[in-house]
Design a binder for this molecule. Structure first.
Ligand code: IMP
Ligand code: MG
Length: 188
C-alpha cells in the first residue's frame, strides 16, 4: 500500500502528538459538561479511537454514517446519512468527529440535523485535517489537527474506494492509482 503513495504528509508519531494537544483542549473546553461525541463513519473511526482515549472526562460515543463520495475522489454534493438515523442528543453538548473538512457539506449537514432535528444543546466540530480551499458552504471546525493543500489523501481512516483506511500515517495518493492505471488498483 505504501507504494501507492506519492509522499507521506504526517507520520503516526506526528499525528499522535497533535492528538495529545487537541484532547487537552477538548477536555478543558468541556469541563463539567455532559459530552456526547458523534463520530462520522467510516472516516472518523481511527481518529475516534486515538483521540478519545486521550480525553480524560466522562463522555458518550455515538456514530453516524455519512457519505458524499461514492467511490471517487470528489464530493458528489449530496450527503447520504445512514439508515440508523440520528443518535439521541437531545439537550446534550455534542462534539462531531470527522476525518477531514473538504467541501464542508458533510459537517454542515450533520451539524444542522443534530441541532434542528436532534435538539442538541450545542454542537462543536473536530476534524483531523482541513483542506485549504474556497468553500461554497460556510463552515469552520472548532478543532483542527492539521491544515493541508487541496489534494487527495488517504490513511488513518481516510479511504480511496474503501481502501487504505488502515495505514497508520497520512499520505497523498499517486495520480496513477486514482486513474486506475496500476493493475488491480483504483475504482472499478
Ligand atoms: P465534505 O463533505 O466535502 O467536507 O467531505 C467530507 C468527506 O469526504 C470526509 O468525511 C471524507 O470521508 C471524504 N474526503 C474528503 N477529502 C478526502 C480525501 O482527500 N481523501 C479521502 N476522503 C476524503
Ligand atoms: Mg470517506
Amino acid at each position: 500500500m505504501r507504494d501507492d503513495l506519492e509522499r507521506i504528509l504526517f507520520h503516526e508519531t506526528t499525528i499522535l502528538a497533535r492528538l495529545d494537544e487537541l484532547a487537552e483542549q477538548i477536555t478543558r473546553d468541556h469541563l463539567g459538561k455532559e459530552l456526547s461525541v458523534v463520530v462520522i463513519l467510516h472516516g472518523g473511526m481511527v481518529l475516534m479511537a486515538d483521540l478519545l482515549r486521550r480525553v480524560h472526562m466522562p463522555l458518550w460515543i455515538e456514530t453516524l454514517t455519512a457519505s458524499s463520495y461514492h467511490g471517487g475522489t470528489a464530493s458528489k454534493g449530496v450527503v447520504d446519512l445512514g439508515p440508523d438515523g440520528l443518535p439521541d442528543v437531545k439537550g446534550r453538548h455534542v462534539l462531531i468527529l470527522d476525518d477531514i473538512l473538504d467541501t464542508g457539506l458533510t459537517l454542515a449537514t450533520v451539524k444542522k440535523q443534530l441541532i434542528e432535528s436532534g435538539g442538541a444543546e450545542g454542537v462543536r466540530t473536530c476534524v483531523l485535517l482541513r483542506k485549504k480551499k474556497e468553500r461554497a458552504v460556510r463552515i469552520g471546525a472548532d478543532y483542527v489537527g492539521f491544515e493541508i493543500g487541496d489534494e487527495f489523501v488517504v490513511g488513518y481512516g481516510l479511504d480511496f474506494a474503501g481502501r487504505y483506511r488502515n495505514l497508520p500515517f497520512i499520505g497523498v495518493l499517486k495520480d496513477e492509482v486514482i486513474r486506475g492505471e496500476l493493475p488491480g488498483k483504483g475504482v472499478e
